[in-house]
Ligand binder design. Structure first.
Ligand SMILES: [Zn+2]
Length: 241
């Protein structure tokens, strides 16, 4: 009696899931579907982070090709870099594969370009485009410049002498201080995070957008060390604060 029940339930369950996945594929945008490949023409979505994670776990050329082929993305491959050696003679800092990011479309980085691990650069591309959209919505002006404090720095977390290495040590983290719009309006984390105008809301929207694309997003809400910038990274931890 129960002999055929198991397989039947299994077939019914599989059919329901397959049907569900088919319908989702047809009706839900790809940025919300974790099994879809990352499409950089799509906005940040519920599944963007897991799609980027999958990209990070693929052979490096998959991400490098995607970044190269992404519309308006001003970026070229970076030379490999190895940082100073640790006691056992092994270089702990640097990267094998990374990109030099200059900006995208009409948006530039100041004071200049940034070296980023490839998945970080792709998240940056998506985030920057979202900030541009948020600026258009709120101010009727686009984003013109991202003022940043750099990516690579061969150091441990929180400037400690021991313990874990910072994602900055691998070019896998980025610190951004302020956002300049096409009319010259400057929204800085340091001076606007606690303001009581739309700029503070704009910064919170920017942080929310970052949390969709980066594994770690840290703002002034996290600790005093972040009073003047957003830290974003694609390391193994997750945080959105
Ligand atoms: Zn940082």
């Amino acid at each position: 009696m129960s002999g055929w029940k198991g397989p039947l339930i299994w077939i019914a369950t599989t059919a329901i899931f397959a049907g569900g996945a088919y319908l989702a594929d047809k009706h839900i945008p790809g940025e919300h579907l974790p099994w879809k490949e990352l499409d950089t023409s799509r906005p940040l979505g519920k599944a963007t982070k897991s799609q980027i994670l999958r990209l990070a776990l693929s052979p490096p050329e998959v991400c490098m090709d995607l970044a190269r082929d992404t519309d308006g993305f001003e970026t070229i491959p970076a030379e490999p870099k190895s940082g100073p050696s640790s006691g056992d003679g092994k270089g702990v800092c640097g990267w094998d594969v990374a990109r030099i990011v200059y900006g995208q479309d009409d948006i530039v980085l100041a004071p200049g370009e940034a070296n980023m691990k490839c998945p970080l650069s792709v998240s940056t591309y998506l985030w920057t485009r979202e900030i541009d959209r948020l600026a258009q919505d709120r101010y009727g002006e686009g984003l013109a410049k991202m003022h940043h404090m750099g990516t690579y720095s061969c150091r441990r977390q929180n400037g400690n002498n021991s313990g874990r290495w910072s994602q900055h040590a691998y070019g896998n983290a980025w610190d951004v201080a302020s956002f300049e719009l096409t009319d010259g309006h400057l929204v800085s984390v340091q001076s606007k995070w606690n303001s009581d105008d739309g700029d503070a809301e704009f910064l919170r929207d920017i942080r929310s957008a970052a949390c969709k694309g980066f594994n770690v997003t840290l703002s002034p809400d996290y600790n005093r060390a972040h009073y003047d910038h957003f830290h974003v990274d694609m390391g193994p931890a997750t945080a959105c604060r």
